[in-house]
Design a protein around this ligand. Structure first.
Ligand code: PLP
Length: 402
């Protein structure tokens, strides 16, 4: 074969856990000259976007919209409910909980982190203990990451709600669904979630740049009791704007809104439940392959219990520090970009190179997942990384049986 042969031409597949693959239809919808922000189509379409975002979140309550990434959503949510000195409890199943906790510290909160490590879900008993010990009800909010994108742990939010209810504790339940919204099943109202944070660039299939904070009446009442709220982050003016300008406290994210309109149409045309089911089947195909690969012992899924695995992202580890070589191989040889590991080892530690992640959120279908898995199989083979056999057969079987 010619030394020049390279199989990475054609469309690249960015299989990292965010930003996710943006559908062509969304890209095309965004490709337009700047619309008028004072009247006309853009202004008219925003109430429909609000309603359709709430349908995705399964809430009949409010959503405030921000120009920003997921971190902006975190800060927006906290700014409306947490004043300096307020106590928050942050159970952690990975790096993102720690980032969020640190942001709360930056706003002056008294933060208690309950660390469950990087491969385990929240332990409801330990959370129950802490809440029961808080007889003065100082804890104002529990900040819970639904799917921690670093570990790919999916926490059970209904159990957390039950723990709060059993303890008779009034703290707000505040949930980060940045990775999980429109991928994993999430029911804001039915599960009793008071505040939920999401971003545009994962399950919602739009480029990064929009953050969303959903909140119910209980959270609005807490906001109303705040001594002061930053004008910019204040969700009250954004959900009930006197004039259009206040939806974003400034210029609206014009082209992004056309992309979001298109993405919401796609989601609701497929049906949110069908979107969840698709993610579940594709995740099971990925798990089937990974479970076959890990029989050798040199390859391991971070989360062994299927009940706590995300349907949007999968964190993996090799026994040897060969994951960077694998990622480099798939990117340069076949046009497949895998995600780096996050929060599993310090960046200057050789062990950092053991970890990688697969993003399978949003605009992903059966052949993409089979291509993702086949690409990894080729890379493992090319680099002589030990792995169990039968992975692709196992994945194909899951898809064939659907
Ligand atoms: C991606 C992500 C974030 C951060 O979003 P940015 O857009 O990078 O600020 C926060 N939480 C979770 C669970 C995420 O997956």
């Amino acid at each position: 074969m010619s030394a020049k042969i390279n199989l990475s031409g054609g469309r690249q597949y960015l299989a990292i856990p965010g930003p996710s693959v943006v559908p062509d239809a969304v890209l095309q919808a965004m490709h337009l000259a700047s619309p008028n922000i004072y009247e006309g189509e853009l202004v008219d379409m925003v109430p429909g976007i609000v309603a359709d975002l709430c349908r995705v979140a399964r809430t009949r309550h409010n959503v405030a919209m921000y120009i920003g990434n997921g971190h902006a959503g975190w800060e927006a949510a906290l700014s409306n409910i947490i004043a300096p000195g307020d106590a928050v409890l942050v159970p952690s199943s990975g790096e993102f909980a720690h980032f969020w906790a640190d942001m709360a510290r930056g706003l002056g909160a008294d933060v208690q982190v309950l660390d469950f490590g990087t491969a385990a879900p929240f332990d409801p008993d330990r959370i129950r203990e802490v809440l029961a010990g808080d007889t003065a009800h100082r804890i104002k909010a529990v900040l819970a990451v639904h799917v921690d994108t670093s570990s790919s742990i999916r926490n059970d939010i209904q159990v957390l709600r039950a723990v709060l209810d059993d303890a008779g504790h009034p703290a707000l339940l505040v949930v980060d669904c940045i990775a999980s919204l429109a991928c994993d099943v999430f029911e804001m109202d039915a599960w009793g979630v008071d505040v939920m944070v999401a971003g545009s660039q994962k399950g919602l299939m739009v480029p990064p740049g929009m953050a969303f904070v959903f909140f119910n009446d209980k959270a609005a009442a807490v906001r109303a009791q705040m001594p002061r709220v930053s004008r910019y982050w204040d969700w009250a003016t954004r959900v009930d704007p006197e004039i259009f300008f206040y939806y974003w406290n400034g210029t609206a994210p014009t082209q992004h809104l056309y992309g979001l309109r298109c993405a919401l149409d796609m989601i609701h045309k497929e049906g949110i439940e069908a979107v969840w089911d698709r993610h579940a089947v594709l995740a099971r195909a990925i798990w089937a392959a990974c479970e076959a690969w890990q029989t050798e012992g040199a390859f391991a899924m971070n989360v062994q219990d299927r009940a706590f695995r995300s349907h949007a992202v999968t964190a993996l580890a090799l026994q040897q520090p060969q994951a960077t070589a694998l990622r480099n191989w798939t990117q340069s040889q076949i046009g497949l970009v895998l995600g780096i590991g996050l929060g599993m080892a310090p960046e200057n530690d050789p062990a950092w190179h053991r970890f990688f992640r697969l993003g399978h959120m949003g605009h992903v279908n059966g052949h993409m997942v089979m291509g993702l898995l086949g690409g990894i199989e080729a890379g493992l083979t090319a680099l002589d990384i030990p792995h169990g056999g039968g992975a692709l057969d196992a994945a194909a079987k899951v898809i064939a049986q659907t």
